[in-house]
Design a protein around this ligand. Structure first.
Ligand SMILES: C[S@@+](CC[C@H](N)C(=O)[O-])C[C@H]1O[C@@H](n2cnc3c(N)ncnc32)[C@H](O)[C@@H]1O
Length: 212
């Protein structure tokens, strides 16, 4: 990521959070809940944590969570959300421009939900670094939109929608050390801002560091 791209990404996301009021629902992502309910607790890293709903959900289940985002405003809201939920002692918030810097340490769960951006994001590098941060026996959980919602006729901007296989290829995790536990495309209901019913597909990768 060039310095210029990092700056543009930071400005874009900061403005989205600052100018738009609360951006997300405040509820944990359903695919995190589906995939992580049977795990841990331990220590977890949430990449692109936004306003912190996933991190707060994990912390409320006993995880010690590090939430990371590029946007200061998102991290401030996440810290507030954690305080309101009474889990501030189990959550820390770090600003990183992923692709450039990455949190220290290793984690029992590395979660990346919809780490997708209209500003170029070095997803491959970030996901490889995410895999390297998973401890032995830990889990890498990635969820990404697989495409635009069915009602979106004109894409509002360009964004990458990696396939299930392309992420596995990029990660190139050795089979003797990793087990793919979920590799799935999940369709959910999606309603457009003006009320048109539709659906959206999301891809899920849950990969455990350890042989089968
Ligand atoms: C689509 S949102 C998803 C937020 C949250 N994970 C969720 O599912 O609600 C993408 C998030 O990634 C963050 N982000 C984008 N590029 C980033 C980067 N290079 N480093 C760190 N965070 C980044 C954005 O600020 C935003 O909060």
């Amino acid at each position: 990521m060039t310095e210029n791209t990092a700056l543009r990404a930071a400005e874009f996301w900061e403005a989205r959070y600052r100018d738009g009021g609360r951006l997300w629902s405040g509820r944990p992502n359903p695919l995190l809940v589906r995939e992580a309910s049977g795990l841990g607790p331990g220590n977890a890293l949430d990449l692109g944590c936004g306003e912190g709903a996933d991190a707060v959900w994990l912390a409320s289940r006993g995880w010690q969570v590090t939430g990371v985002d590029i946007a200061h405003t998102a991290l401030e809201r996440a810290a507030l959300h954690a305080a309101e939920a009474g889990v501030s002692d189990r959550a820390v918030w770090e600003r990183h421009v992923l692709g450039e810097t990455f949190p220290e340490g290793s984690f029992d769960l590395v979660n990346a939900q919809f780490l997708q951006s209209p500003i170029a994001l070095d997803q491959r590098r970030i996901l490889r670094r995410a895999a390297a941060a998973v401890s032995a026996g830990g889990t890498l959980l990635i969820v990404m939109h697989a495409g635009w919602p069915s009602w979106q006729s004109e894409p509002p901007f360009e964004v990458e929608f990696p396939t299930l296989q392309s992420v596995l290829d990029e990660l190139a995790l050795p089979e003797h050390d990793w087990t793919v536990q979920t590799l799935d495309t999940v369709r959910s209901v999606s309603v457009s801002p003006d009320g048109v019913d539709g659906f959206r597909d999301d891809n899920v990768w849950r990969i455990r560091r350890g042989a089968a």
